[in-house]
Design a protein around this ligand. Structure first.
Ligand code: UFG
Length: 327
């Protein structure tokens, strides 16, 4: 049995779907502060906080859990800069509580949702796992510290983990039944599509004076189902005796903010209004992944490898659920 913390959130719920569609037994553990119960579907669910070590240990025992996929975290870069304590407390101290509960219950395998934010500003080239990790945000710093905790628990107690460093998670399940629903929404693709639906007057482009081909920031967008698949491969790897490691997850292609808007205009057929605004603090100009390591070692092969497909899947969700999971 696999316990998924944060399994009611965006990336967690898509991974739960994928695990269950492949026959795995899953229990979702989420405090529903940012997650949505509707996203859990009919998977077994325990409402709980990662700080509640006793409830975690009990859940591990009740469900005979042998592995954990850990998504539960706060993830707004901007908020992490103005309220660092919230991020250190929840993400770092919360993970410590989870690791201690795993130790107590004898759960040995952990797949962890890390982030490109652990690298910070690295320049133009493809980012490999050996690129220096110098986070520019508190959020990125907490993810790096969480990786460090896991590494130390492996050395001390033999707990095995895989840290997956995602670039820009995007898109929605092909069914259109679950998708991205953050309050407030801060991510580019959902905001563009909300503008397409008339829920916002326009999409604001955060800066067009970056050193990139059209002056707007370049990111590597990776489909949520391809991310989910990587978690499943990482779990299988650990359970077959693999040693602790970390992988980047991206498509290896960068798209500028303007290119994403153009793609969304083509996909939706709507002339989405856009306006150039000032830069957003902490945005690196370019973040593009090399994912050669996970392709080579775990055979991961992203299926949604065009931005059109990724945006089209997001459009299917947003156009059928303009207000997200809210009725
Ligand atoms: N952007 C806009 N207008 C908007 C929203 C975003 O121009 O209204 C731009 C941003 O400035 C950025 C790009 O679109 O250049 C992508 O922004 P997102 O907020 O969608 O994603 P980020 O690249 O900031 O964030 C991603 C992950 C985070 C992670 C972060 C680390 O989604 O979880 O990378 O760098 F923390």
């Amino acid at each position: 049995m696999i316990l998924v913390t944060g399994g009611a959130g965006y990336i967690g719920s898509h991974t739960v779907r994928e695990l269950r569609s492949r026959g795995a037994d899953v229990v979702v553990y989420d405090n529903l502060v940012t997650g949505h119960i509707e996203a859990v579907g009919d998977a077994p669910f325990v409402k709980g906080d990662i700080f509640d070590k006793d409830l975690l240990v009990k859940t591990f025992q009740d469900y005979n859990v042998d592995s954990v996929v850990h998504f539960a975290a706060y993830s707004l870069v901007g908020e992490s800069m103005t309220n660092p304590a919230k991020y250190y407390r929840n993400n770092v101290a919360g993970t410590l509580s989870l690791l201690d509960a795993m130790l107590e219950a004898g759960v040995k395998y952990l797949v962890f949702s890390s982030s490109a934010a652990t690298y910070g500003d690295t320049g133009d080239g493809l980012i490999t796992e050996d690129s220096p990790q110098r986070p520019t945000s508190v959020y990125g710093q907490t993810k790096l510290m969480m990786e460090q905790l896991m590494s130390d628990y492996d050395k001390a107690y033999g707990m095995k983990y895989v840290a997956l460093r995602y670039f820009n998670a995007a898109g929605a399940h092909i069914s259109g039944e679950i998708g991205e629903d953050h309050h407030p929404e801060s991510h580019l693709i959902p905001i563009i599509l909300q503008a397409a639906l008339g829920l916002r007057s326009h999409i604001g482009i955060f800066g067009d004076d970056y050193p990139t081909r059209d002056g707007t920031c370049i990111r590597d967008y990776i489909h949520i189902t391809d991310l989910a698949d990587a978690h499943i491969r990482a779990l299988d790897y650990l359970k077959s005796g693999g040693k602790s490691t970390y992988y980047n997850l991206g498509n290896g292609n960068g798209f500028s903010v303007k290119e994403v808007i153009e793609t969304a205009r083509r996909v939706t057929g709507i002339d989405i209004p856009a306006k150039v605004e000032g830069r957003r603090a902490g945005d690196p100009a370019t973040l593009v992944a090399s994912s050669e390591k996970i392709k080579r070692e775990l055979g991961w092969d992203p299926q949604f490898d065009t931005l059109e497909e990724i945006v089209a899947s997001a459009w299917k969700w947003h156009s059928s659920h303009p207000h997200g999971f809210a009725k």
